[in-house]
Design a protein around this ligand. Structure first.
Ligand SMILES: Cc1cc2nc3c(=O)[nH]c(=O)nc-3n(C[C@H](O)[C@H](O)[C@H](O)COP(=O)(O)OP(=O)(O)OC[C@H]3O[C@@H](n4cnc5c(N)ncnc54)[C@H](O)[C@@H]3O)c2cc1C
Ligand code: SF4
Length: 571
C-alpha cells in the first residue's frame, strides 16, 4: 500500500468507529503486462499513460474496458468489483468538452483533473492497468470521441461503467453504444444510500414530493439516529435551533480548514488547467481541496473534530472574508466519491455519542447528507430531461455579466461571487439566498443560471446542481418539491450577514436611489405574483404585505424595479 492508503484506512476506521462500510483494500500487486499493454509507470513518477505509451497500447485487445468518469473515483466502485488485472483495463480521459460545454471555472476543472490523476495513480499502484489520457495529449474533443478511439485501439469485448451522474453524458454514451452495437454494461451506483429505482418507487406513493418525508423514511430505513421507530432525542427536526447569525463581533476563532500540500500530480494538473483553460473564470491561487482519499478523510476528520459542534447554529450565517465558517467542505470529495456518505454519517453520529457535538448540529448535518443529497439525486433522475427545460415563470433575462467577475456594487453579491471564483465554493445559504434568489427576483432565464452554477463550483455535477438551482433557487419546476418560491428582501441578508454594512445600498429601502435591488425586486415579485402567493398558506402573509400598500407605492416599486432590470449589468 502507498503510505496514504495506510493513512486512509487507519483514519477511516477511527472516524467510523469500526462501522466503516468499506471492504478491506485489495492487496497491492505488481503490474504485469496484459492485453499487450506496456507496463504503466506507477506513482510517484506520475507519468499517467503518456501518449506514446497510449499509441503502443492501441494494438491490444482486452476483456473489459472499465470506463471511470471524473466523479467516479471510488476504489470500491461496482465497476471494479470483478476487475481482472490480467484481462481488464481502466480507461479515464480528460476531454475539453467537459470543461467547455459550460464555461467551467479553473478551480472546478482543476479539482476534477487533480482528483482523477491521483485516483489513476492509486489504481496503477495497485497493479491495475490504467489507460489515462491527459488533456492535450490526444485529439478527442468529447468523452464519446475518446471512448470510441480507445475502443478502436483496445477492442474490448465489453465496455463497462457505473451509472453516470449526468443525464447528458449517460445519453451520449448509450447512443454511441447502440449505434456501434457495443456490449455495454452500466452498473448501479452503490455509493448512494438509495437506488434510482427505489427512489422512484418511494416517490410514486406521494402526490407532492417533500424532502422531509423522504428524510424520515431514510432515517428509519437505515436506522440512523433512531430509537426504534422514534427519532433519537424525540424530534426529527432542529431547524429552529439551526438558524443563528453572528453578533456584531462576527465569527470568533473559527478553525481554518486543513491545508493540503500539492504534490507533483496535483501541481501538474493545476498547470495543465492554466495551460489549456487559461481564459476560463476563477483563480487557482487559493486551491486547497482534498484530491486524494487520504486528504478527503483528513478534511472529514478536521470538520468532525473542530467545526461540527457549531455547524448547526451557524449553518445559515454569512460573513465578509469568511468563506468556510463551520461548514464541512466535503461536498466535492463526496461527489467524486473519495468519501462515502455512510462513513460521513457514521463519523457525525460517533461525534454525538462521544459528546463532541450537540444533537442539533449532528441532526442538521445528517439531514443534509442523508436527506437533501440523496433526495436531490432521486428527483434529478425522476425528472430528467424535463427539469433542464423547466421555466415556470417564463423568465428570459440574461445573467448579469458580473456573475463572472464579482464586479458589482451590491456587496453581498460581490463577496459571494468573488469567493466563488477564488475558491470554487460558497455555502448553501450564499448559493440559495444570495446568488440564487437574485436569479429568481431578476427574472433570469433558468438555463443561464444553471450553466453558471455548473461552471463555477468545484462540487458541481449535474445531478446535484440542477435540482438545487432549478428546483430550490429558481422555482423553475413550479414547486415540484418545494412548497413555495424561496424569496426574501435585503433585510434577510442583513439579518444573516454583515454584507449590508459595507454596501452603498440600504436593505430596508425599496425605492429611491439607494434602494437595495434585492428589496425592490422582492416587492416587485410580490406585486406581480400576489394572486398566486396569497392562496399558498406559506406565502400568504408576504402577499398580504404587498396588498397593504397603496397604488402610488406599488407603482413606485414597479418603476424602480423596471429601472433596475433595465441596467442589470451596471448595478
Ligand atoms: C442553488 C444551489 C446550488 C447548489 N449546487 C450544488 C452543487 O453543484 N453540488 C453540491 O454538492 N451541492 C450543491 N448545493 C448544495 C450545498 O450548497 C453544497 O452541497 C454545500 O454548500 C457544500 O458545502 P459543504 O460540503 O461545506 O456542505 P455542508 O453545509 O457542510 O453540508 C454537508 C453535506 O451535505 C450535502 N448537502 C448539503 N446541502 C445539500 C443540498 N441542498 N443538496 C445536496 N446535497 C447537499 C453536501 O454533500 C454537503 O457536503 C447547492 C445548493 C444550492 C442552494
Ligand atoms: S444592501 Fe442589499 S445589495 Fe447591499 S449587501 Fe445588503 S442585501 Fe446586498
Amino acid at each position: 500500500m502507498r503510505p496514504s492508503d495506510d493513512l486512509a484506512q487507519k483514519m477511516g476506521e477511527e472516524l467510523g468507529g469500526g462501522q466503516i462500510l468499506f471492504r478491506p483494500l485489495p492487496p497491492r500487486q505488481r503490474a504485469t503486462s496484459a492485453c499487450g499493454l506496456s507496463a504503466i509507470k506507477p506513482y510517484p513518477d506520475h507519468t499517467l499513460m503518456p501518449s506514446a505509451a497510449r499509441r503502443q497500447s492501441n494494438n491490444a485487445s482486452c476483456r473489459h474496458l472499465v470506463l471511470i468518469l471524473g466523479d467516479q473515483l471510488d476504489e470500491n466502485s461496482a465497476a471494479l468489483a470483478d476487475f481482472d488485472r490480467d484481462q481488464d483495463v481502466v480507461f479515464m480521459a480528460e476531454v475539453p468538452e467537459e470543461s467547455t460545454h459550460v464555461w467551467s471555472s479553473k478551480p472546478r476543472t482543476a479539482y476534477f483533473f487533480a482528483a482523477m490523476r491521483q485516483f489513476a495513480a492509486t489504481l496503477q499502484a495497485r497493479g491495475m492497468r490504467v489507460e489515462y489520457w491527459l488533456i492535450g495529449t490526444h485529439g478527442c474533443a468529447s468523452l464519446v470521441d475518446a471512448v470510441a478511439d480507445a475502443m478502436r485501439g483496445m477492442r474490448p469485448r465489453k465496455l463497462l461503467m457505473v451509472e453516470s451522474g449526468d443525464w447528458r453524458v449517460a445519453q451520449a454514451l448509450e447512443k454511441f453504444a447502440k449505434k456501434q452495437e457495443i456490449d455495454f454494461a452500466v452498473r448501479e451506483d452503490t455509493h448512494f444510500l438509495i437506488s434510482r429505482l427505489d427512489f422512484a418507487e418511494w416517490a410514486a406513493g406521494y402526490k407532492q414530493l417533500r424532502m422531509e418525508y423522504f428524510y424520515r423514511m431514510m432515517r428509519k430505513r437505515h436506522q440512523v439516529m433512531m430509537n426504534g421507530e422514534e427519532p433519537l432525542g424525540g424530534r426529527w427536526n432542529y431547524d429552529t435551533e439551526n438558524r443563528g447569525a453572528f453578533d456584531k463581533k462576527g465569527p470568533q476563532n473559527v478553525p481554518p480548514p486543513p491545508r493540503f500540500a500539492a504534490d507533483p500530480i496535483t501541481r501538474d494538473a493545476l498547470a495543465d488547467v492554466e495551460l489549456h483553460f487559461g481564459t476560463h473564470p476563477g483563480s487557482l491561487t487559493h486551491f486547497n481541496w482534498p484530491v486524494t482519499r487520504a486528504q478527503a478523510l483528513l478534511a472529514l476528520k478536521a470538520f468532525i473534530d473542530e467545526r461540527l459542534g457549531n455547524y448547526g447554529a451557524f449553518q445559515d450565517a454569512m460573513w465578509t472574508g469568511q468563506p468556510f465558517l463551520y461548514h464541512s467542505l466535503i461536498s466535492a470529495a463526496l461527489n467524486v466519491k473519495l468519501l462515502n456518505p455512510r462513513e460521513v454519517i457514521a463519523a457525525a453520529i460517533q461525534a454525538l455519542k462521544q459528546g463532541k457535538a450537540p444533537i442539533e448540529a449532528v441532526e442538521g448535518f445528517v439531514r443534509q447528507v442523508l436527506g437533501w443529497r440523496e433526495f436531490m439525486r432521486g428527483v434529478y433522475w425522476l425528472d430528467m430531461p424535463g427539469m433542464r427545460e423547466a421555466n415556470h415563470f417564463k423568465h428570459q433575462r440574461a445573467l448579469p455579466k458580473w456573475y463572472w467577475t464579482g464586479d458589482t456594487g451590491m456587496n453581498c453579491m460581490h463577496h459571494t461571487i468573488r469567493q466563488t471564483l477564488d475558491h470554487g465554493f460558497a455555502h448553501h445559504i450564499q448559493r440559495l439566498m444570495v446568488t440564487g434568489i437574485w436569479g429568481l427576483l431578476a427574472e433570469t432565464r433558468p438555463q443561464e443560471m444553471e450553466d453558471w452554477y455548473l461552471a463555477v463550483y468545484i462540487d458541481a455535477i449535474d445531478w446535484v446542481e440542477l435540482p438545487n438551482v432549478a428546483g430550490m433557487a429558481l422555482y423553475a419546476n413550479g414547486g415540484r418539491f418545494t412548497s413555495k418560491p424561496y424569496i426574501a428582501s435585503g433585510q434577510y441578508i442583513k439579518r444573516m450577514s454583515n454584507y449590508c454594512t459595507g454596501c452603498r445600498f440600504k436593505p430596508e429601502k425599496r425605492i429611491g436611489d439607494d434602494a437595495c435591488p434585492f428589496t425592490t425586486l422582492y416587492w416587485n415579485f410580490l406585486d406581480k405574483h400576489e394572486a398566486t402567493l396569497v392562496k399558498n398558506p406559506r406565502t400568504s402573509l408576504m402577499a398580504k404585505n404587498i396588498g397593504r400598500l397603496d397604488g402610488d407605492e406599488r407603482q413606485a416599486i414597479r418603476s424602480k424595479a423596471a429601472e433596475i432590470l433595465d441596467k442589470l449589468d451596471t448595478l
